[in-house]
Design a protein around this ligand. Structure first.
Ligand SMILES: [Mn+2]
Length: 356
């Protein structure tokens, strides 16, 4: 798959550019399959190279199929040699991830003009927004691990357990079940803490009547999963019940409407209208969802201003929420693969209102 990806990139390079210099960890992994903290991919129209240091060379030589692998000795001299070989005058760099420090260094050391526009980064983001079968399989696998872990940890939940303990157990269980890492710092909140959409787990301990909000994911083979569930412990009040049902309705309506051809803004508005009409519009202060893949947040966005037109094999979260300060927050998040006529839900974990 990495061969097709790099060929596609070579064919789509910005018109005025003779090649791409890829320096971000995530895109290096996307185009070579190698996870590393350093290295440079050079993609010309007719050839591609991975320059990578001693720490990764054995693995790279064995695994990389998309590029010629070169051991790094004197990076800039090696890049200059290849630039000369391919007669490149202008090379594009990743504006999204390259620091100004690195840009200045590359500018000084390389014998070519740097194209620092957004075109290359946009191009790669758009490529990554549409998943191939290998990627979809890894994402499903990550989600499977996350769901089994949540089921396991919910079974061990009890009064007196702290938010931090719950988060730690969930992280540990995902890793034990085969996750490469966790998708992001697990959000596990109880009671009134649930009103902070991205609150941090504290020493607060679970008690009867608390809501439980958990937003988490596993990483498998570089690919992330993302899911949020809200439960109730021992009892649920009528207001919590009401906002749970509104959130669930909004989420289900958006999932039902998700298909190739709809824009990110349209999909966002379908969920937002339901929450607005119920009188909680001001309490849904974030966007409906985001793309998920090698990064937990990537293109496309499902937000009021998103002009992105969804297409087959986009993977996006659908996660409306209602948050009443100091009282309660409810968020329900699944993630789905877009198909020509609808979507396939990657999340199987039940979302009917549950009192544990
Ligand atoms: Mn999310």
């Amino acid at each position: 798959m990495t061969i097709q990806r790099i060929k596609k990139l070579a064919g789509l390079l910005p018109q005025n550019s003779d090649g791409a210099i890829i320096t971000s960890d995530v895109n290096r992994r996307y185009f070579t399959g190698v996870k590393s903290s350093a290295g440079v991919v050079l993609c010309f129209r007719d050839a591609s190279y991975l320059i990578i240091d001693f720490r990764y060379i054995e693995h790279a030589r064995k695994c990389v199929k998309s590029c010629e692998v070169i051991e790094q000795k004197d990076l800039f001299a090696q890049i200059n040699e290849l630039i000369k070989k391919h007669n490149a005058k202008i090379m594009s760099v990743e504006s999204k991830s390259m620091s100004l420090f690195d840009m200045n260094t590359y500018k000084t050391k390389l014998n070519c003009v740097l194209d620092i526009g957004n075109e290359l980064s946009d191009l790669i983001l758009n490529m990554r927004a549409v998943k191939d079968n290998t990627e979809l399989a890894a994402i499903s696998r990550a989600q499977g691990i996350a769901e089994r872990a949540l089921e396991d940890v919910m079974g061990r939940l009890c009064a007196g357990m702290s938010e931090r303990e719950f988060a730690m157990l969930l992280d540990f269980t995902m890793l034990k079940l085969g996750a490469e890492s966790i998708s992001f710092d697990t959000i596990a909140l109880f009671g009134a803490n649930t009103s902070k959409p991205h609150g941090e787990p504290s020493e607060y301990c679970l008690k009867k009547g608390d809501a439980i909000l958990v937003d988490f994911g596993a990483v498998y083979d570089g690919y992330h999963s993302d899911m949020t569930r809200t439960f109730f412990y021992g009892a649920v009040c009528s207001m919590s019940k009401e906002i749970y049902e509104i959130t669930l309705n909004a989420q289900q309506a958006a999932i039902k409407a998700a298909r190739a051809g709809i824009s990110g803004a349209e999909l966002d508005s379908i969920a937002r209208r339901i929450i607005d009409d119920a009188g909680f519009g001001d309490m849904f202060g974030h966007s409906l969802g985001h793309g998920v893949g090698l990064e937990i947040h990537e293109s496309p966005n499902l937000a009021p201003k998103s002009e992105y037109i969804l297409c087959e094999n986009n993977v996006v979260t659908v996660e409306p929420g209602i948050y009443i300060p100091s009282k309660i927050g409810v968020r329900i998040e699944d993630f789905v693969t877009i198909t020509p006529t609808g979507c396939r839900n990657l999340t199987a974990f039940p979302k009917k209102l549950t009192v544990i």
